[in-house]
Design a protein around this ligand. Sequence first.
Ligand SMILES: [Zn+2]
Length: 92
Amino acid sequence: MPNTAPADDLDANDLCGWLVAGHDEDGPTAYECRAPVQHTNSGYSCARGHAHTYAEVRAAEGWDYASDPVEAELLAHFGVIGVRADDARPWA
Ligand SMILES: [Zn+2]
């Protein structure tokens, strides 16, 4: 049987793995975004607006993702700006 589904041409790297908060019948849950992503020189972004920047680019630009203010403060000790993964705004 010929395989003609376009979606099968995508591997896991081409779908957004961003965890999105949601609800199902059991209550709050999180699921992967799974939207198609577009790769750039510095990272990728998905069709729903999630953006990810590669680690080497973050290091070169002097910032990194921090999941909370405490982690951001730890990064600050090393001269690194901690930003929110959600919208890339600095915590401080
Ligand atoms: Zn996404």
